[in-house]
Design a protein around this ligand. Structure first.
Ligand code: ADE
Length: 227
């Protein structure tokens, strides 16, 4: 898989993904990450990439032309499954969308800044707009890193234990059950007997019950099908 990211702050994305599973995925050649500096398309001596909003109000808007030229170049050179804009008013990012994006060959992610991007650019270029939560970040970079991390861990070969990503929280619409490691008794608290029993079917049933209980307590919205 190839992911191209248009950004004014490539260091944020680079550092967020330079560890753990995402780094390993790139080292193994399972995925490639290309960071495209939007400033290179900026105008004038200062390589300007922002402009004033029509209608007044505070804040600046991403300038149209630098972004359009950058996207035109990328779209002429490559074929993308999705051209994604990260924005608080995008569709809420959930595991099923991560699963779907992990099946793509090539993605283009665009990180906004300032007050956002001219609506005409959004209408013209983006096939998908994603929000990672109901809060406003300073830019799309951390959101892009979240999306890329969640996708990379799903790529075949990313995780040693092949079943591991499938047992993540949300993969079956439930939160993950509690987990335990050694010692069997830690500071007076014991590991549930069933996990020591060696009975796979019972362990599996216990885990499912615990996942349901935890989801009911912490995220009842996931069980009722509400958002
Ligand atoms: N850019 C700023 N805030 C964001 C959010 N919540 N999700 C995606 N992109 C963003």
């Amino acid at each position: 898989m190839i992911v191209d990211v248009v950004t004014l702050f490539p260091e944020i994305i680079e550092s967020a993904l330079a560890h753990s599973i995402p780094q390993r995925v790139m080292d193994k050649g399972l995925a490639q990450l290309n960071l495209i500096q939007l400033r290179d398309y900026g105008q004038g001596n200062y390589r300007r990439v922002d402009d004033y909003p029509y209608g007044g109000g505070g804040g600046m808007v991403m300038a149209c032309e630098p972004l359009a030229q950058c996207l035109d170049d990328l779209l002429a050179a490559n074929s993308y499954d999705e051209v994604v804009y990260l924005s608080p008013d995008g569709v809420p990012y959930k595991q099923p969308l991560a699963n779907r994006l992990s099946l793509c060959q090539r993605l283009l992610l665009v990180c906004g800044h300032y007050k956002g991007i001219d609506q005409r650019i959004r209408d013209r270029y983006f096939t998908l707009e994603i929000s990672i939560g109901d809060y406003v970040l300073s830019g799309g970079e951390l959101a892009a890193a979240v999306v890329v991390d969640s996708i990379y861990r799903l790529l075949p070969g990313a995780i040693g234990d092949e079943t591991s990503a499938l047992t993540d929280s949300f993969q079956d619409g439930l939160l993950a059950p509690p987990i335990y490691t050694r010692p069997e008794c830690w500071r007076g608290m014991s590991v549930p007997d069933v996990l020591l029993s060696g009975h796979e079917a019972e362990i599996s049933r216990w885990r499912h019950e615990q996942a349901l209980k935890r989801t009911q307590e912490r995220r009842p919205d996931l069980l009722s099908g509400e958002e």
